[in-house]
Design a protein around this ligand. Sequence first.
Ligand SMILES: *Cc1c(COP(=O)(O)O)cnc(C)c1O
Length: 400
Amino acid sequence: MKETQSQIFEKDDKNYLPVFNRYKIVLERGEGAYLYDSDGKKYADFLAGIAVNVLGHGYKPLVDAIKNQAEKVIHVSNLYYTKPQADAAEKLVKLSGLDRAFFANSGAEANEGAIKIARKFAHMKDPEKSQIITAWDGFHGRTLATLTATGQPKYHKGFEPLPGGFDYVHYNDISELESKMSEKTCAVMLETIQGEGGVYPPKDDYLKKVRELCDKYEAVLILDEIQSGIGRSGKFFAYEKYGIKPDIVTLAKGLAGGVPIGAFIVTEEIAKAFHAGDHGTTFGGNPLACAAANVVLDTIPDEKFLSHVEEIGAYFKKRLLDLQKKFPEQICDVRGEGLLLGAELSNSKKSGVEIVNECMKRGAIINCTVGKVLRFVPPLIIEKEQVDEVMNILEEVFGE
Ligand SMILES: *Cc1c(COP(=O)(O)O)cnc(C)c1O
């Protein structure tokens, strides 16, 4: 007999390390922009596994590519060449305008590699050029170095001593950054659009000025596009929106449409800091993950695909702004780009978690980050119809 959801909750609660506050549904399958729980209840998926399922669920070319690759070979060592990896690296280099790509298995690992190569690059000029500046409210991952790079003290607590050399500034405050930088700055590492910390896009020409300061002090500019990249902003890389280019960009989340992968892409000059043996990975960029990434990389950079993201994102944002107008005492701000949108809650009658739960009951999966910002990172293939469906649910929930 099929296990009930309650039986699965019980088994998992007993055996899985409880580091997540889980919502009480067992998700079983998906189709397009929808997920189904194990009782067959349907949900509009406006989280997409946190900006991962960019092509939605069950996207045929992606499923076929994974199946075909699995039949040929799932994994071989990085001691050998594979065509899927060579193809994916070539595509990322072309798209980014940078020179060399390395594949990891996750966002944290991609950032860890970016930090390592930046340190090694600076070390060759001056062993004391080690300062890495990141932003408060940023998010870069959960390994010791990336959690240190994450400017959210709640994630640091209890894990000290943390790796040294990290300093923090307020995102969008260029004079604070200027005051902290010097010849000893190795790298500035920022999300192009802050995601987990509450959906904060860069203001005015902030990123251009960051670029100028990095040039002035010969510091490496690392942009973390693990959440904001892969078309989510309406451009393939969000930095294209702001007229700058980083020295290193990191990707993960949506890069293989749901198969675990990460990547960092660097300039030739920085690439030279790494020699054989300086970095490595067993799984990173294996043929299965790269076969999936190739489908994403053949689909999303298409102009038509990106203008769809821009259009549907603008429509969704307008509907959120209308919701704010209707409930100004409950929503104090709406912000974001493309399909990375946030609605900040006032200290209103309902908490973020309550709103998320009430949406879930009505068949919509949404997310709340930092306790007070509803975050929307749906599959990039959603249509107006699905936006309307979720907005109607939100109107009901706010109107109660
Ligand atoms: C999710 C995320 C990460 C971490 O990725 P993992 O795959 O969970 O390690 C890093 N940076 C940003 C901006 C993210 O959104």
